[in-house]
Ligand binder design. Structure first.
Ligand code: XBP
Ligand code: MG
Length: 236
């Protein structure tokens, strides 16, 4: 019996990447006197790697080899990423990013139905708090029994570790749970944890391979027309 819903954040609860994370990265670069600028197309390529610090390193190794990085690369990236988190939280506090359609209602009705909820994300924990607070109010963080986020496990998505960690905390099995994701990396992480997974696509992930997903939808809301089921297996 289904008793727990595990939610990815970025791209799933809200479209945070294009106007949130990407903008915050660029602001942090400029704050730090760097002339790097990640446009939407480049950012789409950088999303291949999850985790902000990991993404900056990926950028340097694949797209900016000319940059002469300081000897202590880890520390340099850490500092840059702290500045990015500050900027991101500021953007959230300004209420720049809404939840995706249907998300608030799904959370509300799930809680009313007695479901246990968790957040399972690669992003920094403070970012999750900032998004939930700005969209659902200060207490919304308490709706979630577990916040599995950031560096809590060393191997980020697509590794299954973060889902396995969250389920261990909740003492639940994959058979009683399901995951909500928006990307191939997230789907792989959930599937390798043996979770049934629902995908809602977005601009950055619509072209990805979602083999193995139980459902692939364009969104969770209620448009004038019924849901567009884009593929996958719809179970009864
Ligand atoms: C989210 C991410 C994160 C954010 C940045 O992936 O890839 O890296 O873009 O977050 P998912 P931080 O939705 O699969 O969890 O900069 O805080 O790491
Ligand atoms: Mg995501």
């Amino acid at each position: 019996k289904l008793s727990a819903l595990l939610f990815d954040v970025d791209g799933t609860l809200a479209d945070t990447e294009k106007e949130g994370h990407r903008v915050a990265f660029n602001q942090a670069f400029s704050d730090s006197g760097l002339d790097w600028s990640w446009d939407e197309a480049l950012y789409g390529k950088l999303l291949k790697v999850t985790g902000g610090k990991e993404r900056i390193k990926f950028y340097l190794s694949e797209f900016n080899q000319q940059f002469s990085a300081p000897a202590d690369l880890d520390n340099f990236v850490k500092g840059l990423h702290l500045a990015k988190t500050d900027r991101y939280m500021q953007l959230m506090a300004e209420g720049k990013i809404p939840l995706r359609p249907g998300v608030e209602r799904l959370l509300d009705e799930s809680l009313t139905a007695g479901m246990r909820l968790a957040i399972v994300t690669t992003t920094t924990p403070e970012n999750v708090t900032a998004l939930l607070k700005s969209t659902l109010g200060r207490d919304a963080i308490k709706w979630f029994e577990v916040i599995a986020a950031g560096d809590i496990v060393p191997a980020k998505k697509p590794a299954p570790d973060i889902y396995l960690w969250a389920m261990a905390q909740m003492k639940i099995n994959p058979s009683e749970s399901m995951a909500f994701e928006d990307s191939r990396n997230g789907l792989k992480s959930a599937l390798d944890s043996r979770l049934k997974t629902l995908i809602t696509i977005n601009d950055y992930t619509a072209h990805e391979d979602f083999t193995g997903a139980a459902w692939i939808l364009d969104q969770l809301g209620e448009p004038l027309k019924p849901f567009k089921v884009l593929g996958g297996r719809v179970s009864s």
